[in-house]
Ligand binder design. Structure first.
Ligand SMILES: [Zn+2]
Length: 172
């Protein structure tokens, strides 16, 4: 395990949110303010401004410089915060599970592949959701966000009915 994977981050309340997630750069685009943004494999964007003397990234101004950075990893703070990205499409959904029909695989640590996000939707009851140091009781009011490549598991609190939706980038 790399050093960055062992680092833990804290939010302003001092609650550990989880492992730092590093993501590969898979492309670049300019935002509405004409600033460069790196598109990461998780489908989050991250600004890579060249704004000397504060931020020096002269490489971002040339196509060759940007091409050299493809595949380089950046820490994605939005993954660290369990932020569900914009512009994803639902492509698969599990059947509805109950406390007695949860597949054993969901009770153990498992993860989705790169670029695949999930939403744990509880229709009735409550479900414990654990991902790294992130602990959440998911109920009807708010879905649990499943971050790509992050180990997670669920456990029923009592009676529960839920399903998991899977999202990825829409093909263009
Ligand atoms: Zn991300």
């Amino acid at each position: 395990m790399e050093a960055w994977q062992l680092a833990w981050i804290n939010d302003s309340k001092g609650v550990a949110l989880g492992l730092l997630m590093n993501r590969k750069i898979c492309g670049f685009y300019k935002d509405e303010d004409d600033d460069w943004v790196a598109m990461l494999a998780c489908h989050h964007g991250q600004h890579v401004r060249n704004n000397p003397p504060f931020t020096n990234r002269p490489w971002v101004e040339s196509a060759e410089g940007r091409a050299e950075k493809l595949g380089v990893e950046l820490n994605c703070v939005r993954c660290d915060r369990f932020e569900f990205p914009d512009g994803l499409a639902l492509y698969k959904q599990t059947p509805e599970f109950s406390e007695s029909s949860i597949p054993a695989g969901l009770l153990r640590d498992h993860s989705t592949k790169t670029g695949t996000w999930g939403l744990i939707k509880v229709r009735e009851g409550q479900l414990h959701y654990t991902a790294g140091d992130h602990q959440q009781v998911v109920d009807e009011s708010e879905a649990g966000v499943v971050v790509p490549n992050m180990l997670h598991s669920v456990a029923p609190v009592a009676q529960v009915r839920f399903c998991v939706e899977f999202y990825r980038k829409e093909e263009v």
